[in-house]
Design a protein around this ligand. Sequence first.
Ligand SMILES: *[C@@H]1O[C@H](CO)[C@@H](O)[C@H](O)[C@H]1NC(C)=O
Ligand SMILES: *[C@@H]1O[C@H](CO)[C@@H](O)[C@H](O)[C@H]1NC(C)=O
Ligand SMILES: *[C@@H]1O[C@H](CO)[C@@H](O)[C@H](O)[C@H]1NC(C)=O
Ligand SMILES: CC(=O)N[C@H]1CO[C@H](CO)[C@@H](O)[C@@H]1O
Length: 484
Amino acid sequence: MMLSGFLLLLIGFASQTLAQSQPWGQCGGIGWAGATTCTSGWTCVLSSAYYSQCLQSASTSATTTPATSTTTTTVKTTTSSSATATVTGFPASAPTVPPSKLVGQTPALGWNSWNAYGCNINEAKVVAAANQFVSLGLKAAGYQYVNIDDCWPLAARNASSKQIVPDPAKFPDGISGVATQVHALGLKLGIYSDAGTATCAGFPGSLGFESIDAATFSAWGVDYLKYDNCNIPANWSDTGTPQNNDWYNSNSAIRYRQMTAALAAQSRPFQFNLCLWGNYNVWNWGSRVGHSWRLTGDASATWSFITTAITTSVSHSATGFGAHGDMDMMEIGNGALTIQEQRTHFAAWIMLKSPILLGTDLSLLNTTQLAIIKNAELLAFHQDTTVGGPAVPFTPFSSAPTTSPPEYYVGKSSKGTHVFIINTSSAAATKSFTFANAGLGSSGTFSVHDMWAGTDLAGTYAASATFSVTVQPHDTVAYFINVL
Ligand SMILES: *[C@@H]1O[C@H](CO)[C@@H](O)[C@H](O)[C@H]1NC(C)=O
Ligand SMILES: *[C@@H]1O[C@H](CO)[C@@H](O)[C@H](O)[C@H]1NC(C)=O
Ligand SMILES: *[C@@H]1O[C@H](CO)[C@@H](O)[C@H](O)[C@H]1NC(C)=O
Ligand SMILES: CC(=O)N[C@H]1CO[C@H](CO)[C@@H](O)[C@@H]1O
């Protein structure tokens, strides 16, 4: 498709502004594919090996570290099993409460304020998103959670009650007032806090205040908590791989387990998202502590982020009901992703059963983008109540080339077998598979249904027959296989 000169101009402008991370945004860390410098007046500061962040220059210039050097810190990866963590906590008495089974069995569908607005949020923007869920048909498509990210409270807790206080300039009706409006639309409200002394943007953290904060969120009518990992006190950090690689009993996991227990003590069921950026082998213990866990650093509106998230999810795909690897919030509508890349972004999050939290000003989505995020057949695969697990890579024909991330996936739903094919290169390519290789057996007759278009393709095939399709650069095709 031809792009107009005006659109090209816009794309050029967008990629220039995206070359720098926004205030409080991520700017480095293991697996980070986005910008490594910050907008003027902000400096990229090392937080951990997995996370560097844009902070205001004046207060932080002394600790400035280029993002590329973050891999030299002492945090060990899973392969360094010789080191033993300094576990200064109390694993034996740490809470071992599982997350609620009343919510979060299928991956969350919703919206989060961060990718659209960063720290610049308020009640009007959040309530507008909730209303757009209804007016744009997103609620009818299954989107449910309207989530507030960092920067919603005042800098200090209430001196007497120790509660976090919503910033009245941003949220004049408080969080409870927002919850009332969101619930009146038949939707759910999410909030954000941090398992440290302060959030990534410097607002009060919940470490040591878990019970007060969980009770406060419950009283306000909050339904979902995203729990971040900035500003960890030294005595709570992990300095190596724990004995027996038992990260569930690391200080890091215990910080999150304390909040799981505090949430479980409330009358409201909470969906609990662990935002540890793929740190601490979280995929090995996340399902015992929350409903979903971040697999990577923060999303960026880049093809390299999308492929990094897919590669990471595929190699840690132990997901099922109530347990989902979180590939982070959506960038559809942001930056200069092509429409093919936006389609792959959505399809990959769908087939790998990641939470899908839209991350843009919903009023700016065009009809093509809305059709992507409202695709009923893809959403049905994601929300299937019979099959909990994700699609997995398969070898489409003998001696097919190996790519990273893999390009061919097969997944099951209550309807049957689905095949997803990503073209990871920047040129159109012919993709082929045999039905037998997609796990459909060695006999039978098949036809192919295009999930994007909602139509059956012409032709019938034997199990050993080869199906071929031309896939556009960075695009993904999604099929349901009819067994005739
Ligand atoms: C860290 O220190 C605080 C304050 O003394 C204490 O409450 C907490 O239990 C300590 N954490 C660990 C893991 O020892
Ligand atoms: C602080 O908490 C106390 C006790 O709950 C309450 O009476 C007071 O209004 C709160 N102050 C603010 C500023 O929210
Ligand atoms: C919507 O925007 C995408 C770019 O993000 C573009 O490719 C597509 O053609 C647009 N659709 C409409 C209907 O304008
Ligand atoms: C031109 C080309 O082949 N592009 C990519 C899309 O799919 C193929 C076949 O798997 C990949 O190998 C390429 O990277």
